[in-house]
Structures are given as C-alpha cells and as structure tokens.
Design a protein around this ligand. Structure first.
Ligand code: GAR
Length: 206
C-alpha cells in the first residue's frame, strides 16, 4: 500500500525543548524541506519549543493534558489539527502516549522520533539504559505511530557509536545531531508519496 499524506501541512506536537521542531522549521525556511507548519501544539504551557514557535511567527496552541482522560485530550487534538488542515502529524519530543482517537484520525500520517535504534530501548531514560546495557552503537529512529508505544513501521534510522567514556548526556548529544538530520529526511520521504508499506516494512520507491 502506498502512503500519501493529503497535503504538506505539518502539525507539530512537542512537550519540551523543541530542538527537533527547530531543525524542521529551519529546513523549511531554507528551502531544504518542502512543507509548511500548520500549527505547533504543546501539552506543556511553558515548553521552550512553544516559545520558539511563537518567536518564528507560527501558530501555536497550548492544550493542557494533566489529569485529562487520554481520549478526550486526543479528540481536542484531532479537532485542532483538522481545523488547520494538517496532513502529517509530527511528534517532536511529545512526551505523551497517544490513543486510537489520534491514530485512527491520521492513519500512516503520524511520525515520531526516538533517540535509540528501535526496537531497542523504547520508553524513557533511553541513553542511560543503552549505556548500562553496554551496546556499542545506538542512534535515532523515525517511525510511524501506531497504538503501541515506540513501535510502528520504521521510516529512517541513523547509527552513532557509543564511546567508552560516554555519559547519557554526551551520547544523547551525539544522537541529537542525527535526529535533526533524519527527521526532515523522513518527512520529505513520506510527503513525497514514495513510501510503500509491506507488512511492517517501509519500502521506498525510486
Ligand atoms: C528527542 O531526543 C526525542 O528523540 C525524544 O525527546 C527528545 C526531544 O528533544 N523523544 C522521545 O524520547 C520519544 N519517545 P527536542 O524537544 O529538543 O526535540
């Protein structure tokens, strides 16, 4: 099955720093990524990424999630994304599990980035767990979002070496450089309509 988002309008969701969002926004501004940011949504009011989006003159939206029933929050989120005609939802450090309300509304149209080589080290404290486990390589993964956390068909991955003197911070910083590169590449691939889904494999048509 060929994957084709309905348009090139991105709905970005974030909860924190927003460096992945900034890399995407920079690539769009520089003409390296053919897309538009329809809205930047955060569930955290003072997320630095939301402030960065405001400074860039983008439409922003704060949707409080604390103590909210997941499906209710996601229903509001879907309405907000549809109202801005978002064709591809981009999770950029969005630290909230999404429900089927969101995944059903955007089938094969939600991407997430994770700072490990999935399926290794899903969840939180990723770099500390990778170091503790003693892996020699880690990296970053961009994948479609399904009902299972940090699962879903993989669009792009990048590998980084783990050094003997790494700390979670130093490893995370090395991975983040790759995240910033591959997220825009993955978005471009998906928007281009060249991705086919075969089982859980994404195959790229050349
Ligand atoms: C990134 O490292 C991203 O991979 C991770 O949160 C960070 C957000 O940084 N996401 C996850 O762990 C999701 N499971 P940013 O706010 O600077 O983009």
């Amino acid at each position: 099955m060929r994957i084709q988002p309905k348009n090139r309008r991105l709905g970005i969701l974030l909860s924190g720093r927003g460096s992945n969002f900034e890399a995407i926004a920079d690539n769009i501004s520089a003409g390296r990524l053919n897309a538009a940011i329809a809205v930047v949504v955060s569930n955290i009011e003072n997320a630095p990424g939301l402030e960065s989006a405001r400074r860039r003159g983008l439409e922003t939206l704060f949707l409080p999630s604390r103590k909210r029933v997941r499906e209710e929050f996601d229903t509001e989120l879907v309405a907000a994304l549809n109202a801005r005609d978002a064709g591809l939802v981009v999770l950029a450090g969005f630290m909230r599990i999404v429900s089927s309300v969101l995944t059903d509304a955007f089938p094969y149209a939600i991407l997430n980035i994770h700072p490990a080589l999935l399926p290794a080290f899903p969840g939180l404290d990723v770099q500390a767990r990778a170091l503790e486990h003693g892996v020699k390589f880690s990296g970053a993964t961009v994948h479609f979002v399904t009902g299972t956390l940090d699962d879903g068909p993989i669009v792009r991955q990048a590998v980084v070496p783990v050094l003997d003197d790494d700390t979670p911070d130093s490893l995370g910083a090395r991975i983040l450089i790759e995240e910033h590169r591959i997220y825009s590449e993955a978005i471009e691939l998906v928007l281009s309509g060249r991705c086919e889904i075969d089982g859980r494999r994404i195959v790229i048509n050349h």
